[in-house]
Design a binder for this molecule. Sequence first.
Ligand code: GDP
Length: 175
Amino acid sequence: DWAVPGRRHEPGNGVIADTGVGKSSIVWRFVEDSFDPNINPTIGASFMTKTVPHQNELHKFLIWDTAGQERFRALAPMYYRGSTAAIIVYDITKEETFLTLKNWVKELRQHGPPNIVVAIAGNKCDLNDVREVFEKDAKDYADAINAVFVETSAKNAVNINELFIEISKRIPSAN
Ligand code: GDP
């Protein structure tokens, strides 16, 4: 399984990573069930595993948390090529992260494994007051591309386990 952040465009800088969507925080919440507001930016990629009991089975997740910065972008295929699923994260309070998420979907469809399960996580749903992306718009998009979709809050532990469980339901060997 693989997680990628959203990216944003910066003037004069082409496409650059948005390092703030909460990708590492989602993985940390899932693996350690905790939240660190001062979490360090991922350098390169980090690898974590977690085994979850689900309906009389153990599901083992092998998770690459990749850095989104442009300088690491060329490395992304190394992680998603061997993956059964990819989680693409955007920040519900930053519309640009939802727009650029679509580029990641395109890239995965073009260069990723043919049957890769794509999941979209709209993170920071605790910040509903400053929301820029409607849940319905994201859900409609996810349905159209046959992706898992949930809104998450790594901060408040909303839908984090559900995200991974929904993914495992779509992986035949895990059922
Ligand atoms: P990454 O660069 O995409 O891996 O993002 P990080 O996990 O480093 O998080 C970026 C910032 O967003 C940090 O300041 C986090 O504390 C904050 N953050 C992450 N998840 C949430 C969330 O669910 N809610 C809120 N309010 N902040 C979050």
